[in-house]
Design a protein around this ligand. Structure first.
Ligand code: PML
Length: 251
């Protein structure tokens, strides 16, 4: 099997590189040309603009991908960022995440500093643990099995949220939540026009939260709240390098 990844960016001003789009999946040999074409077209037709650099990596997966279950999806009712914040504090406190870690997560997610990957925050001490704060931790080597994708498309269509953004976020979140050292994730999209975010945990699954930010706001990112005694090196290796394929859909 193959991990195919695409990253498109644009250089603005004096060498500042801005992210335009990205995608990835795990595929059979026979799908390579079709997927490369699909990813190139996606990179070239993104609403964020025309990239001047598109990198498509086709990497053979030597290790058998680990199978994980897709998180069950629920969309909450939420009218404003204030309500979203309240819901997030209540829900995460409900599974035992200390307030300090949630507060620190919000600090990271609402900061104007752009971070491509995710932040890691220890649940008790609320200390940030990712080795490079600008880069963050980049979850990669992930995909979904054909049958699971069909079932997912069907279920998300019924919920009227069958979009690439939701599918990709859910697959990524399912890989992240599958690690025993991850307690929860909070995500706010850094796309100024995308105002639905989510939180996840093994207990409550993938909770979509509309109006987590206002239209036009540029802040966002992902925070993984992790066990105090997590082995950071091993966790980062799992998130970035271990091939994981989502194989089951629960709704
Ligand atoms: C969803 O609507 O469920 C996805 C929300 C997060 C999208 C994050 C991103 O920008 O990729």
């Amino acid at each position: 099997m193959w991990n195919i990844r695409m990253r498109a960016s644009k250089t603005v001003g004096s060498q500042k590189e801005i992210h335009i789009s990205g995608a990835e999946g795990i595929y059979e040999d026979s799908e390579i040309s079709k997927i490369v074409k699909k990813y190139a077209e996606r990179a070239l037709n993104h609403p964020r603009g025309k990239p001047d650099n598109i990198v498509i990596t086709i990497e053979e997966i030597k290790q058998k991908p680990k199978k994980v279950q897709l998180l069950p999806v629920t969309t909450l009712r939420c009218k404003s960022p204030d309500e979203a914040k309240k819901t997030i504090f209540q829900t995460l406190s409900g599974i035992g995440v200390p307030t300090k870690a949630i507060k620190n997560s919000f600090k990271v997610l609402t900061s104007q500093k752009i971070m491509r990957g995710a932040a890691l925050i220890l649940e008790e001490s609320a200390i940030r643990m990712e080795p490079d704060r600008e880069r963050g931790v980049r979850v990669s080597r992930l995909g979904i099995e054909k049958a699971a994708e069909k079932a997912l498309t069907w279920n998300l269509s019924k919920m009227r949220v069958d979009t690439t953004t939701v599918k990709e976020a859910l697959i990524l979140a399912s890989k992240v939540a599958s690690h025993p050292d991850v307690t929860a994730e909070i995500c706010i999209s850094d796309d100024p026009d995308y105002t639905t975010g989510y939180i996840t945990s093994k207990q409550f699954g993938y909770l979509r939260i509309p109006n987590i930010k206002r239209h036009g706001e540029k802040h966002g990112g992902r925070v993984f709240i992790i066990k105090e005694d997590a082995d950071i090196g091993k966790l980062i290796k799992y998130l970035e390098k271990t091939p994981v394929i989502v194989s089951g859909v629960r709704f």
